[in-house]
Design a protein around this ligand. Structure first.
Ligand SMILES: NC(=O)c1ccc[n+]([C@@H]2O[C@H](COP(=O)([O-])OP(=O)(O)OC[C@H]3O[C@@H](n4cnc5c(N)ncnc54)[C@H](OP(=O)(O)O)[C@@H]3O)[C@@H](O)[C@H]2O)c1
Length: 252
């Protein structure tokens, strides 16, 4: 059971809900649990929701957090589950020359300040601002889970291939932010869990250009089910960790 499917009332929130994984996580979380009386309330935020949430504009996070606080107050329930499914690997960077699509670096010769800055803005700084604006809304007692979708390529210990400097470094930064936030969160609620998660290779717009034969690619629905199963099984003692979609601990 997720914290939303226990007898403890609570609201869920998916950030990055318009993405491949985010939409599948939202759909899964909105299903009623075995012991729930009704489908839990799970809110969705992203660049195409109302209110909008865009990491490149902190004011949108502040306004979106106020909206979530108002929804929780109206239901008289705290925020019990937060899943952050946003991320950036390739594509057009806002404000850059029109049509200039970026790709992860294959060599140091391709290092580009604008691409690096955008990787950090979406993969690390944005989730840090989620901690700032949304963690104060998390339940102060009872089960409570925050899961941040990271990537195994953000593991420094596991890096044997090189390449993808910006994505790797920004996900490593995310992992450190998650670990740090988990420590502070535990002081607020000893039953809280805050982790970084690797979803495996999932068929979404983010992975599509890198699809290749021999790679096991799962559907967003399957990956979402696996990630939520991992989140369900974690205990507060495992908070601050980095886990893959099978629940295996990954090296930092
Ligand atoms: N797919 C894979 O194989 C794979 C593997 C390892 C890790 N991951 C990680 O899994 C997570 C989900 O990725 P995905 O595969 O579902 O990719 P996706 O379909 O491209 O979704 C990316 C998400 O990031 C959001 N986003 C991008 N820029 C943003 C910004 N400036 N502000 C707020 N949100 C922003 C998008 O929001 P909009 O809805 O507003 O566009 C979208 O929801 C990411 O953290 C990714 O790094 C994926």
């Amino acid at each position: 059971m997720t914290p939303l499917q226990t007898h403890q009332p609570g609201v869920g929130l998916v950030i990055g809900a318009g993405g491949g994984l985010g939409a599948a996580l939202l759909n899964d979380l909105r299903q009623p649990g075995p012991q729930a009386q009704a489908a839990p309330t799970v809110l969705a935020l992203g660049r195409h929701t109302t209110p909008v949430l865009d990491y490149t504009d902190e004011a949108t996070l502040a306004a979106a957090a106020q909206w979530v606080a108002a929804e929780c107050a109206a239901l008289a329930q705290p925020l019990r589950m937060l899943v952050v499914a946003s991320g950036f690997l390739h594509g057009v960077i806002p404000g850059q020359a029109e049509g200039r699509s970026t790709q992860p670096e294959r060599s140091w010769l391709q290092l580009d300040p604008a691409y690096l800055a955008h990787c950090f803005a979406v993969n690390a700084i944005g989730p840090a601002l989620v901690v700032k604006h949304f963690f104060p809304l998390l339940a102060r007692s009872g089960p409570c889970v925050a899961g941040f979708i990271s990537a195994k390529v953000g593991s420094i210990g596991d890096n044997a291939l090189g390449g993808w400097y910006g994505y790797r470094a920004s996900k490593a930064a995310l992992n450190q932010i998650v670990r740090t936030a988990a420590i502070e969160l535990a002081r607020r609620n000893r039953q809280a869990v805050c982790v970084a998660l690797h979803p495996g290779t999932v068929d979404t717009p983010l992975s599509q250009p890198f699809a290749k034969a021999g790679l096991t690619v799962r559907s967003p629905a399957v990956a979402a089910g696996e990630l939520l199963a991992v989140l369900r099984g974690l205990t507060p003692a495992q908070s601050g960790g980095f886990f893959d979609y099978r629940g295996q601990v990954l090296p930092w």
